[in-house]
Design a protein. Structure first.
Length: 289
């Protein structure tokens, strides 16, 4: 999927009449962390050539979007400077864009990184702070590209320190989504440029995360595309008692449950396996006598 096709897809998701969940086959967003400290693949793709080769592999496996992140958002992670983040992500975007027209997402909460990434070739902003950072909202509006707004309770450094919610978690997340949607629309963002992510694993207990997956369809009330990222996360490890390298099956199971509830984009490290699972589900759902 290239940038123009993704833009058309976003418009269709928002403006077409509601359809059964099975007709919304999710896109696959492939994770490309160019960081030394991400929880699953930190240090594996910090060189531009390594990152480029991995991106090409994931495109061949069926990735619709490559999500490039230069700053770890794992629990306990420390923030890095704009200059350091730019030095990690911009060469990779340039290299991929020189060889492929695939849709590139920039995973950042910094306005300067958003701007430079989009000018270099990114066509989606994936912001775990939902454009609450300094100048982030005004920058995103000016760039006129789709943005994914994620719910996070706390910050990456503190979010998993016994998270507590003062109202039912679905209500709190939906209230947050509505506030951020309203802020974006008031700032001049097009509705078709708004995507939502409930933030699995971001300031949530294992029980919170499992309940979110069970009730994902509750977030469709906003009629915006929904993104979900669960790949290899600690909740899967806690439920199945598996280390990071053995969490694929748990992640695939969640992806299937999410697809059945109308999730629009699945964010994953494991592109080939996720594509096969979603393709099988799609074929089953469309089968007729």
């Amino acid at each position: 999927m290239n940038s123009q096709q993704f833009e058309q897809w976003c418009r269709g998701q928002v403006h077409l009449p509601a359809a059964p969940a099975y007709l919304h086959k999710p896109l696959i967003m492939a994770i490309l962390n160019v960081t030394p400290d991400s929880f699953s693949d930190g240090g594996q793709f910090i060189g531009t050539n390594q990152a480029f080769r991995h991106a090409m592999t994931m495109i061949e496996q069926g990735a619709d979007i490559i999500d490039i992140g230069g700053e770890s958002s794992r629990p306990g992670a420390e923030a890095i400077s704009e200059d350091e983040e730019l030095a990690r992500v911009i060469p990779v975007i340039e290299r991929i864009r020189a060889e492929s027209d695939v849709c590139i997402s920039i995973d950042t909460c910094k306005a300067t990184v958003m701007r430079e990434a989009v000018l270099t070739g990114a066509s989606l902003i994936n912001d775990i702070t939902a454009l609450r950072g300094i100048n982030a909202l005004t920058t995103a509006v000016r760039l006129k590209v789709p943005v994914c707004l994620m719910h996070m309770h706390g910050t990456p450094k503190s979010m998993q320190h016994a998270p507590v919610y003062h109202q039912p978690i679905l209500a709190e997340i939906n209230e947050f989504f509505q506030q951020r949607i309203d802020a974006c629309l008031q700032a001049g963002m097009a509705r078709e440029h708004i995507l939502l992510d409930p933030g699995f694993g971001f300031g949530k207990s294992v029980q919170h995360n499992m309940y979110l997956i069970k009730q994902l369809s509750a977030f469709r009330k906003h009629q915006q595309p929904l993104l979900l990222g669960v790949s290899r996360k600690s909740t899967i490890g806690a439920v199945l008692n598996k280390p990071i390298a053995e969490r694929l099956i748990g992640g695939i199971a969640i992806a299937i449950v999410a697809a059945l509830q109308g999730i629009s984009i699945i964010r994953t490290h494991d592109v080939e396996e996720t594509r096969q699972a979603l393709e099988m589900l799609d074929t089953i759902q469309k089968a007729r006598e």
